[in-house]
Design a protein around this ligand. Structure first.
Ligand code: BTN
Length: 260
């Protein structure tokens, strides 16, 4: 395996950012980078501080699911202090940054599946988990957690093999996690700083969604909706055209693409 330890010194070396990744908290092995990032944020860590691990033993996914982060993964959490209006855009920032950096470092094209999965050839290569503490109109902190399947073979994990992929499996060779992390941090900073300027992040995210125009089933809480994924609003919610012609707005959920 490529020896690319994601240590503070190696990540900071030639890192092209002003604040994201300028402080790195690194663990070879950790339960979840989300937990440490949360503690750091509660103690007022500088914006852009990242927590990174080579391996997580209790990685967290959305909707209380587990997230597998064996050796060879990228498991990263970034501490941000966005304004409340920018909060819904962070999933767009993170998704686009992952797509751009995977393409820049490997040449592979990936797609965004609403709300927060990054797919290559229909299989999940990256998941994003965003957790925020909000009080009234104030965001105390946000943690953007990103897990990328990089240098491991999915054949070693039969339980997710049919739905997931790794960069190794797609390319047939290993990828420098360090290059990918550095590029990802630079892309996140660039897109995050562009938010006050307007709609370009939303528009690019919308245009890259593989979900739109497809017949889908969406599970949101205990409710399952079916229809055509018609569009997304600029707050990130999905607009679903139901068989009776009505339009339903879904804020969070799990999408299954159906065979038309
Ligand atoms: C999902 O698709 O359900 C989201 C997965 C998010 C995984 C990342 S890995 C880094 C960070 N630490 C965690 O425990 N989870 C997120």
């Amino acid at each position: 395996m490529i020896e690319d330890i994601l240590s503070p010194a190696s990540i900071s070396n030639n890192l092209d950012t002003r604040f994201i990744g300028q402080r790195v908290i690194y663990y070879p092995r950790l339960t979840s980078t989300m937990d440490v990032a949360k503690q750091e944020a509660q103690q007022g860590a500088a914006e852009g501080t990242i927590v990174v691990a080579d391996e997580q033993t209790a990685g967290k996914g959305r909707l209380e699911r587990d997230w597998l982060s064996p050796e060879g993964s990228i498991a990263l959490s970034i501490i941000l202090y966005p304004s409340l209006p920018h909060l819904p855009s962070l999933i767009m920032v993170a998704s686009l940054a992952v797509v751009h950096s995977i393409e820049a470092v490997t040449g592979l094209k990936s797609q965004v599946k609403w709300p927060n999965d990054i797919l290559i050839n229909g299989r999940k290569v990256c998941g994003i988990l965003i957790e925020s503490e909000v009080r009234g109109d104030t965001v105390d902190y946000t943690i953007v957690g990103i897990g990328v399947n990089v240098n491991f073979r999915l054949s070693a994990f039969p339980e997710i093999q049919s739905i997931a992929t790794s960069l190794y499996d797609e390319l047939g060779r290993e990828v420098s996690r360090l290059s990918l992390v550095q590029r990802l941090l630079a892309e996140i900073e660039r897109l995050y700083l562009s938010l006050p300027a307007g709609r370009s992040v939303y528009e690019e995210w919308r245009d890259r969604l593989v979900t739109l125009g497809k017949r889908v089933q969406v599970k949101s809480g205990e409710t399952v909706y079916e229809g055509i994924a018609e569009s997304v609003a600029d707050d990130g919610s999905l607009l679903l055209r139901r068989p009776d012609g009505s339009l339903t707005r879904i804020v969070a959920g799990d999408v299954t693409l159906m065979v038309n």
